[in-house]
Design a protein around this ligand. Structure first.
Ligand code: DLL
Length: 432
């Protein structure tokens, strides 16, 4: 009999009870063992005794990425050093990297959470899981690996890049599941096609995340690999790593592990809860994390809650795919734009590929310009470019309300990466 990693009790009331106990434990633990939290709570006059219901959590201050930077190298540490058995860090594009520490129990909890992801994706112990995310300081590789071993499937730990070896193992070992960033999934899909090995591989499922992906990108990956099911996986270093939830087999959003953390969706400006179902920032409070607990940690990720029962039958609550990060937003001619909006517009236009780049620049006459480089669909002819240019420009103007210069480039000419893709290049600061 295979062990289940789903919570035994998952009605709303039962989850709320688990959350109340967990939040109370976390706040008391953080207050007693972490100077940072104690002084932060003292500053606004709240403490563990104030937490009688889940609503009381709103009286507590939020924690931010800046707080992690100021506590470098062991921010939020709430246990003695001799209980810390591992650290991980996220690369962080600006400032110091975020280092987070783990006790053995934290690692065990994370493995259970992640094993639940594989269970949710419908794997069995017969599955062969080829892992193509980075190992090392980054949480990704070891997270997929630990979870796979805990679940009991066979892990094939290859790491990112090295498409040659990946293709060989997909054929030789007949791996059934492939795990990667969204960018690496596309890179591999194109490589599988280039080598013409689709009918020699046995890939059934792809679990991919670490970054947003567009509908077009997903279709492309599915079509080129022949995989039956694709699952978006979220996660962040601060909250253990990957595996904080998983898209279910009904593909209607992401079930998240509400028995491990409490999720609030707040207005990033006012920090008040948004109306149910509205877009807001994910703010998380862990329920059992020992070494670096999170109390109302602002992730900067934007999403919305999905209400009501899921057709897949799993009772755990859901949030929508992550639309982007509040700090990804750029302002062009007084319009706030998220890259996710561009994904969305482009995914609806036939004749183009899934990759694009946005370049923002500053003209001598003081005006800002935005150039959108878009790939022609595979096999498309340059003869259709004029029409495509017109269509992309029009759709962006209609849906995002800005004028852009469009360039159509050859299929496959924009860079592919095995890590997370960067698609927005703002040259304005450099030129200022
Ligand atoms: O990216 C952990 C991870 C690895 C998740 C592999 C899934 C697969 P960090 O490097 O700390 O951790 O980056 C976390 O990446 O706050 C989001 O902005 C973004 N992100 C992660 N997963 C998704 C996703 C890992 N499925 C940050 N969709 C998060 C959209 C994602 N964005």
């Amino acid at each position: 009999m295979t062990r289940s990693f789903m919570p035994a009790a998952a009605t709303t009331e039962q989850l709320q009870e688990v959350q109340l106990q967990g939040v109370r434990w976390t706040v008391a633990h953080a207050y007693e063992h972490c100077d940072f939290y104690r002084s932060k709570f003292d500053a606004v006059g709240v403490g563990p005794a104030d937490l009688r219901s889940l609503d009381d959590l709103r009286r507590f201050p939020c924690t931010t990425a800046d707080d992690l930077q100021s506590g470098y190298p062991f921010p939020l540490r709430s246990v003695p050093n001799d209980r810390i058995v591992r650290v991980h860090a996220s690369s962080g594009t600006t400032g110091k990297r975020k280092v987070l520490c783990y006790t053995q129990k934290d690692l065990d909890d994370w493995a259970d959470m992640f094993a639940r992801c594989y269970e949710m994706a419908g794997l069995s112990r017969e599955d062969r899981v080829q892992i193509a995310v980075g190992y090392g300081l980054w949480t990704a590789g070891v997270g997929f690996q630990l979870g796979c071993e805990r679940f009991g499937a066979m892990a094939v730990p290859v790491g990112p890049g090295n498409t040659e070896m990946h293709c060989q193992l997909l054929v030789d070992l007949q791996s059934t599941v492939f795990c990667s960033t969204a960018s690496m999934a596309l890179l591999m899909a194109e490589e599988i096609e280039r080598r013409g090995i689709q009918d020699q591989i046995a890939l059934k499922k792809i679990i991919f995340g670490a970054e947003r992906h567009s509908r077009r990108m997903r279709e492309r990956v599915r079509q080129l690999t022949g995989a039956e099911e694709l699952y978006d996986i979220p996660g962040l270093t601060e909250l253990y790593g990957p595996g904080t939830g998983l898209e279910c087999s009904a593909h209607q959003g992401i079930h998240y592990w509400a028995d491990y953390y409490l999720l609030e969706i707040l207005d990033p400006e006012t920090l008040e809860p948004v109306p149910p179902g509205d877009l807001g920032e994910m703010v998380v409070t862990t329920l059992r994390k020992e070494a670096a607990p999170l109390v109302r940690y602002r992730t900067r990720d934007l999403t919305r809650l999905i209400d009501g029962p899921c057709p897949c039958g799993n009772p755990l609550p859901r949030h929508a795919h992550i639309l982007g990060r509040s700090d990804d937003m750029f302002i062009f001619r007084a319009v706030n734009i998220y890259p996710g909006q561009i994904d969305h517009v482009l995914s609806g236009i036939p004749g183009i590929g899934s990759e694009y780049q946005v370049h923002l620049a500053h003209r001598d006459d003081g005006r800002d310009t935005m150039t959108l480089k878009v790939e022609r669909a595979q096999g498309g002819s340059p003869q259709g470019d004029a029409e495509l240019l017109e269509q992309v420009g029009q759709e962006v103007r209609r849906r995002i309300m800005v004028r852009v210069a469009v360039e159509i480039v050859d299929y496959g000419s924009l860079p592919r990466t095995e890590r997370k893709s960067r698609r927005v290049f703002d040259h304005r600061q450099l030129e200022a």
